[in-house]
Design a protein around this ligand. Structure first.
Ligand code: PMP
Length: 285
């Protein structure tokens, strides 16, 4: 992704894509002092754009730094980046981090906080899984306790176990992994939330130790508007066997039906398809 034409917004200016570089002694690279957003634009408009910018600022505060730009300025930066790259359907990545400077220890109060925005075309996150249903592995890594890490921040440090889980899944021919939490409850995938269907009702894990995704919130609302009962609750592993349908939600994943998690299978059923289609219509409305 580094050697290509285009522009990246970096600390207030659009720089050539290839020149959007940071120093090796960047604090974030050593200590994970970095937060980011994943957003999608449809027909030139970023879905829930302001909510993403607000979450970026909130994530930074949760890991103890301030993004030195307002939500309005971040909004401008995102649209300027899309325009500079001639994009209308795009994935937008905003990232804020503690940079290089006087401090190189764990503390970093004197180093500048930096902000960048990149945007590019990114098709379906799970390839053709929207039709067939994605195949998920079960990760050996657990979502950590809220007492061990600020788990509601979209922060780089929370993704180390996600990358490891996803690599292990891909090595087994799966497209992602489902993770349990520190108590053993069903949590989420490595970059998406999870939903299940049983007897016409929907069950989704309570987001008390992982990101309550904007797509998750949109889909919960959508289900309620359709008159479908949604249970946000703790889900035990032994319940997986009884669920009939399953899907993932996320900005990149959108709504992707799941066909298999470990040895458990699910049908790509009518509700999964309906929610996937309704979401597609909503983001383009
Ligand atoms: N969980 C994790 C770990 C994620 O990375 C994402 C993607 N941001 C989500 C859930 C879904 O969040 P959203 O719907 O806001 O994209």
């Amino acid at each position: 992704y580094d050697d290509r034409d285009g522009k990246i917004w970096l600390d207030g200016t659009l720089v050539p894509w290839r020149d959007a570089k940071v120093h090796i002694l960047t604090h974030a690279m050593h200590y994970a002092s970095s937060v980011f957003e994943g957003e999608r634009a449809y027909g030139g408009k970023i879905f829930k754009s302001v909510a993403h910018s607000e979450r970026l600022k909130r994530s930074a505060e949760l890991i103890d730094f301030q993004v030195p730009w307002t939500v309005e300025q971040i909004e401008e930066a995102k649209y300027a980046t899309m325009k500079a790259n001639g994009l209308s359907d795009a994935y937008v990545r905003a990232i804020a981090w503690r940079g290089a400077g006087e401090d190189m220890g764990v503390a970093s109060a004197r180093n500048p906080v930096r902000l960048a925005v990149a945007a590019w075309e990114w098709g379906a996150y799970y390839g053709d899984a929207k039709m067939k249903g994605a195949k998920l592995d079960i990760s050996k890594w657990k979502r950590p306790s809220p007492e061990t890490i600020p788990c509601h921040a979209k922060a780089a440090g929370l993704y180390m176990i996600c990358t490891m889980s996803k690599h292990a899944a891909e090595a087994k021919g799966c497209s992602d992994a489902m993770m349990f939490d520190y108590r053993g409850y069903v949590a989420e995938a490595t970059g998406a939330n999870i939903f299940f269907v049983k007897d016409g009702e929907v069950h989704t894990p309570l987001p008390d130790c992982f990101l309550n995704g904007l797509t998750r919130q949109t889909v919960v609302q959508m289900l309620k508007e359709k008159g479908i009962t949604v249970h946000e609750r703790h889900i035990m592993p032994e319940e997986l066997e009884g669920f009939e349908q399953c899907w993932l939600t996320g900005t990149a994943a959108e709504v992707t039906p799941v066909g298999q998690i470990g040895d458990y299978t699910f049908e790509v059923g009518a509700l999964a398809r309906d929610i996937s289609d309704s979401y597609e219509k909503l983001v383009r409305a």
